[in-house]
Design a protein around this ligand. Structure first.
Ligand code: PLP
Length: 394
């Protein structure tokens, strides 16, 4: 007898993986240049030179027994210090190494938070559209996910629905800005209102409601878009960060949980997060990349192509009649589908070798996610396919 839930998770392929496999099959049939795969959010630009230079330097000059050895569970102290210094320089904060717990990416950071915080019966509020793994992570921690429907006009927060969903079981709220899949960035006004409600409701129920800020796209923003730094607005904020996107290192698995001193019982919360990491068997984050990310913590890859792609796609799709909320960041766009059934729409798109992901999986039907972390030439070649698809609905 096996754990049926785990068998299910291990065997059901995600829609995104299905599309990716379909794309590979079509590429073999008609040539890769004729398949417009916008399914996966794998960064398409190389890491900055800081990454390879630091890697080379570490391999040549650092004692390999230390470089490839276990670090302390929360991460190497000098790496945490460098990361705290980088945060302090950029956000005017006063963090120290003990505010940081290094993890294998944002996924592990989130799992440490959910498992560290959740007691039986607890609920975590998530705003649609959302990163689908949240449900897996929250339920894996024995808690319940409560979904707030999307504000499809601007992809900010529907505060009435949010407030109505908070109750004595609410342990935390997850926000993801810049957002996967909408690309939306929460305005300062949204963040202030969110913080005000959380403070008021925490007081009402006599327990902190934690704000978990999942921000792997923090640096990937366009124009003058500013991403408010959430711990500045709400003390009980845990930041889950990752270098997967900003340094184009998704396979190297490095991120952190930031537990600010301003948080209520911050050392206890930190201990719970460390305990969760231990119970999940994470041991420590990848040692070599702790050092690399620490050395490159204030850098980003050259992400300018994402903005070029966003501009081209946004202008072209709008001209064709698609309704799109302009993304403030990330490398995703989330247009309305041209029929209410987003699954049928994305299936139809496959006829034109256009691989886009239905919004239903992100908790937001009637939309489709386009990942434009691809060469600009692919977008240029795909426009005729988007046009042919739109024509079917005119
Ligand atoms: N959160 C969001 C919103 C994401 O889009 C992703 C990855 O795509 C993750 C978390 C997980 O990132 P990581 O690679 O750092 O685990």
């Amino acid at each position: 007898m096996l754990n049926e839930k785990m068998v299910g998770l291990g065997t059901q392929r995600s829609v995104i993986r299905e599309l990716f496999e379909f794309g590979k099959m079509r590429a073999a049939e008609i040539g890769a240049e004729n398949v417009f795969d916008f399914s996966i959010g794998n960064p398409s630009v190389p890491s900055p030179s800081c990454v390879s230079e630091t890697a080379l330097n570490l391999v040549q000059n650092m004692d390999p027994v230390i470089l490839h050895g276990y670090t302390s569970a929360q991460g190497d102290a000098s790496a945490r210090k460098a990361i705290a210094d980088s945060l302090n320089a950029r956000f005017g904060t006063n963090y120290n190494p003990d505010n940081l717990y290094l993890t294998a990416g944002a996924a592990a950071a989130l799992c440490c938070c959910f498992n560290g915080l959740a007691c039986p019966g607890d609920e975590f509020i998530v705003f649609a559209p959302y990163f689908p793994e949240y449900k897996v992570f929250i339920e894996g921690a024995g808690a319940k996910m409560v979904l707030i429907p999307a504000d499809v006009e601007a992809f900010q927060i529907d505060f009435d629905k949010f407030e109505a969903a908070i109750n004595e079981h609410t342990k935390g709220v997850i926000v993801n800005s810049p957002n996967n899949p909408s690309g939306a960035v929460y305005s300062e006004e949204t963040v202030k209102k969110l913080a005000e409600i959380l403070k008021r409701k925490s007081q009402e129920y006599g327990e902190p409601i934690y704000l978990i800020s999942d921000e792997p796209y923090r640096e990937i923003v366009f124009g003058n878009t500013k991403v408010p730094f959430l711990p500045r607005y709400y003390d009980n904020t845990l930041v889950c960060y990752s270098w997967s996107k900003s340094l184009s290192l998704p396979g190297e698995r490095l991120g952190y949980v930031l537990v600010p001193d301003e948080m209520a019982d911050s050392r206890l919360v930190y201990a719970a997060i460390a305990g969760a990491g231990r119970s999940l068997g994470y041991v420590c984050a990848p040692s070599m990349f702790q050092h690399i990310c620490a050395a490159c913590a204030s850098e980003t890859a050259d992400i300018s192509v994402y903005e070029t792609n966003k501009n081209l796609l946004l202008k072209s799709l709008r001209e064709m009649g698609y309704h799109v909320v302009e993304p403030g960041g990330t490398f995703y766009m989330f247009p309305r589908t041209l029929e209410a059934d987003d699954l049928a729409f994305c299936e139809k798109a496959k006829k034109y070798n256009l691989l886009i992901v239905p919004g239903t999986g992100f908790g937001c039907p009637g939309h489709t996610r386009i990942s434009y972390c691809v060469p600009t030439a692919r977008i240029e070649r795909s426009l005729a396919a988007f046009e042919a698809l739109a024509k079917e609905y005119r």
